[in-house]
Design a protein around this ligand. Structure first.
Ligand SMILES: Nc1ncnc2c1ncn2[C@@H]1O[C@H](COP(=O)(O)OP(=O)(O)OP(=O)(O)O)[C@@H](O)[C@H]1O
Ligand SMILES: [Mg+2]
Length: 350
């Protein structure tokens, strides 16, 4: 069975297949109209995989036990193309993401881009840790019944369904990436704090490695915080309004974060300080929360590790936090990579 790990983040979709191929795109889905401009400017090929015609459906039982059908049907723009050309790109921002039309599209597109032909797929994915209990069933039902016919802008056609599905919490998946990349931590008696900083949420996860090398999460010392790199985007919007009196949208603010400034009427206005302060604030909140939930055990763990797309941004603000502070390799893909590891472990057992 062909194994894929798919991390349906609030900000970005990350995926990796067993051959190491990766996908990364903003979790944006918009209704597609005729695409003209980007073709004129000749960058059609990059966007061809982001223009899709899709017929997707799945069923799940709601809280009352009655069957509900979820669908996505028609032409959509996804990722960067949605950001550029759709009037209302729909962030899959609902808490209950799995039931969202945008998620129905992203699952299919992500899986299709990770497979070179129609094949038997084992998908591993899941909700954030905090919602795992309440959403696990719905995730399972939807993935099991998921069925999509997809045609990309370049003519590629794919039929996506899943021969095997595994639902595993985000954040916890990153633990497997951490331990794979840092085998020295995989030793009996270790206690490790993993901080997974995403776009909208940050997972704090404390876990121990037992004598027989299994991973045991310490739930009293784990938490999901509603904060992440999008806080910096918000801070930029506020700062630009204060400095220049203009309201920019979040896509533009994300661009400002990347280039650490904004051009306003021909003048370059630096925003480096705003960004640094914002990141320092995010790091401080996370640091305080770790100390609060971990309490007396704080001095007795082996290492504090950072993962998620925000890890690199915050790393410098954690250097004085603990003696052993590490960043997981390729931190934004830690969950996706961990999902793939989970798939490998489960398929080995067969
Ligand atoms: N190549 C890249 N492309 C996009 N974002 C990147 C890249 N490298 C680092 N980042 C950072 O990663 C952040 C998003 O992190 P991540 O993908 O982990 O979030 P997410 O998983 O979508 O969010 P959440 O976990 O809250 O659902 C961006 O805001 C940006 O700061
Ligand atoms: Mg994430």
């Amino acid at each position: 069975m062909f194994k894929i790990g798919l991390d349906l983040g609030y900000g970005f979709l990350k995926g990796i297949n067993e051959e190491g191929k990766k996908v990364l795109m903003p979790s944006l889905v918009g209704t597609g109209s005729e695409r003209t401009l980007s073709r004129v400017f000749g960058n059609g090929s990059e966007y061809d995989s982001q223009e899709v015609e899709i017929e997707a459906s799945a069923v799940a039982r709601d809280e009352n036990g009655s069957l509900k059908e979820f669908t996505a049907s028609g032409r959509y723009f996804v990722g960067e193309l949605a950001r550029k050309e759709s009037r209302i790109p729909a962030f899959a921002f609902d808490r209950n993401k799995i039931a969202h039309e945008a998620t129905m599209v992203l699952i299919g597109v992500g899986a299709a881009l990770l497979t070179d032909r129609n094949r038997d797929i084992h998908i591993v994915t899941g909700p954030p840790l905090k919602y795992f209990k309440e959403q696990k069933k719905a995730f399972e039902q939807i993935l099991k019944s998921y069925n999509a016919d997809i045609a990309f802008g370049d003519g590629t056609k794919r039929r996506v369904s899943f021969a095997k599905t595994t639902v595993f919490p985000q954040g916890a998946a990153a633990v497997y990436a951490l331990l794979t990349f840092n085998p020295d931590l995989w030793k009996p008696g270790s206690a490790i704090i993993l901080v997974e900083v995403g776009f909208k949420t940050t997972e704090i996860l404390t876990f121990e490695i037992t004598e027989n090398k299994t991973i045991v999460p310490v739930s009293s010392a784990s938490d999901t915080l509603e904060l992440g790199t999008s806080n910096t985007v918000k801070d930029i919007i506020d700062a630009v309004y204060q400095k220049l009196g203009v309201k920019i949208d979040s896509a533009m603010a994300e661009e400002c974060v990347r280039r650490e400034g904004i051009v306003y009427r021909g003048k370059e206005v630096g925003l480096g300080e705003v960004i640094r302060k914002s990141r320092r604030d995010i790091a401080r909140t996370i640091r305080d929360e770790i100390k609060l939930i971990i309490g007396n055990r704080f001095d007795f763990v082996n290492c504090v590790s950072l993962a998620g797309g925000g890890a690199a941004d915050l790393f410098e603000f954690f250097s004085d936090f603990y003696d052993d502070v590490r960043m997981v390799d390729d931190p934004q893909f830690a969950n996706a990579y961990g999902y793939l590891e989970v798939a490998k472990m489960l398929d080995e057992d067969l």
